[in-house]
Design a protein around this ligand. Structure first.
Ligand code: ADP
Length: 447
């Protein structure tokens, strides 16, 4: 097992990784930018090291500085968390060259599954259902037009290297497709350094369902069932739950098995999430594979009892996954509410600043993953998520009741947070019934 791990991240996920390392008896080194210098979570690490100023490109995204910090502090491994450098195959490769273990997939596996076109190829081979569309990247416009005519409009143009919901174009007819392909290619090249785009069928009413998987370096891979993340705004997830409500178990279990097979076929080690859209007839279509731990991993931990962060460190150190697929059983229902420092009544305007009042809920079935407390100043530089409320109960209904109870106890001020929005959503009859689609929240906020 590793002796010392450097955490190349910040905020709640840095603290989550510190906690996992402590339970594995691993020392931790946490990097930080000057914007985070007073953050209390840094004191939980055995060592902290400043890697630059607030802007991410000069600190959390600066590979040279992070590698220097790792060398100075003599760590054996780096955990990238989520966001920042977590999905950069070049970073995974540099770590390997520097003989530092990257806690995540090898650059080869990341390339196979992190690129959307490649991932679709592997998915077809593993019998994971994918959207109909162009096989690879578009080379000839006429070929894309022909494929679109076969699958029928609307279609969507997407960048192979895309991320964060950027650079996608929906085309409802041939003229629009012809007008948009080269624009999308230029945009993708500018934004992601790779101009490859492809076309696939666009689904109007979909739910977002994703499968948690994990692989090791001995060729084993298992799944930890699914999460439903349909409550979104601008492609950002707001609420996640596990298992997915109203989904036929036989169908989803087949998709779960295929997802595990997919990561196995790519010799993938570490945690990965295979994301799908599901249509109204409960057909699944793979969107992409996220080659890292996700924000919403705790709801899966709640229903399966598996510590995903700890296991990702263990498999990176060369251990075998300590479970067989049949050991993984779903227990009850879990919901996560992302607590963002935003004013949802003012178009989700960020609300950085000093937290004067902070009172977290407690009681049976409540978990709070956060790095903030009273006296913490939310810096304006980063993502606005300041914490996650995770509730677990025997049934979905009981989990919703418990989440509302916890949200009513939760006090954060004077900065604005999404707590009141969550309390409202837990009382929303469409959410309570289950099965809302990915555009539900945007429609609701418009009314
Ligand atoms: P990114 O990597 O940029 O997040 P994804 O492929 O995960 O891109 O897609 C992001 C979001 O875009 C999805 O959650 C969904 O809302 C929408 N989307 C992407 N592909 C489709 C599709 N084929 N049909 C309908 N919506 C889509």
């Amino acid at each position: 097992m590793f002796q010392r791990v450097l955490i190349a991240n910040r905020g709640e996920i840095a603290l989550r990784i510190i906690r996992a390392c402590k339970e594995l008896d691993i020392q931790t080194v946490c990097v930080y930018s000057t914007a985070d210098k007073d953050a209390p979570y840094l004191n939980f690490a055995d060592e902290k090291i400043c890697i630059g100023p607030g802007p991410s490109k000069d600190s959390y995204l600066n590979i040279a500085r992070i590698i220097s910090a790792a060398e100075i502090t003599d760590v054996d491994a780096i955990h990238p968390g989520y966001g920042f450098l977590s999905e950069r195959a070049d970073f995974s490769e540099i770590c390997r060259e520097c003989k530092i273990e990257f806690i995540g997939p090898s650059p080869e596996a990341m390339f196979k599954l992190g690129d959307k076109i490649q991932a679709k190829r592997y998915a077809r081979a593993a019998k994971v259902p994918v959207f109909a569309g162009t096989e690879g990247e578009i080379e000839e416009l006429d070929e894309a037009v022909k494929v679109a005519a076969e699958i029928g409009y609307p279609v969507i143009i997407k960048a192979s290297a895309g991320g964060g919901g950027r650079g996608m174009r929906i085309c409802r007819n041939e003229a629009s497709l012809r007008a948009n392909v080269s624009k999308a290619q230029q945009e993708a090249l500018a934004a992601f350094g790779n101009g490859g785009v492809f076309v696939e069928k666009f689904l109007e009413h979909a739910r977002h369902i994703e499968i948690q998987t994990i692989g090791d370096k001995h060729g084993n891979a298992i799944h930890l069932y699914e999460r439903d993340c349909s409550m979104q705004r601008r492609h950002q997830k707001i609420i996640e739950e596990a298992p997915a409500p109203l989904v036929e178990r036989k169908k989803i279990e087949k998709v779960c098995q295929a997802a595990a097979k997919l990561i196995k076929s790519a010799d993938y080690s570490g945690a990965a999430t295979v994301e799908f859209l599901m249509d109204q007839e409960q057909n699944f279509y793979m969107l992409e594979v996220n080659t890292r731990v996700q924000v919403e991993h705790p709801i899966t931990e709640a229903i399966t009892g598996v510590d995903i962060v700890k296991m990702s460190i263990q498999v990176a150190a060369g251990e075998e996954i300590p479970y067989k697929q049949k050991d993984i059983q779903i227990q009850g229902h879990a919901i996560e509410c992302r607590i963002n420092a935003e004013d949802h009544t003012k178009d989700f305007r960020p609300s950085a600043g000093l937290i004067e009042t902070y009172r977290a809920p407690g009681g049976l079935g409540i978990r709070i993953d956060t790095h903030v407390s009273a006296g913490y100043r939310v810096p304006p530089n980063y993502d606005s998520m300041i914490g996650k409320l995770i509730v677990h109960a025997d049934t979905r209904e009981a989990a919703i009741t418990r989440a509302l109870r916890a949200l009513n106890e939760y006090e954060v001020g004077p900065i604005k947070t999404t707590i009141p929005l969550h309390a409202q959503l837990m009382q929303n009859s469409d959410f309570k019934t289950g099965g809302i689609d990915i555009h539900y929240l945007e429609r609701l906020l418009k009314d």
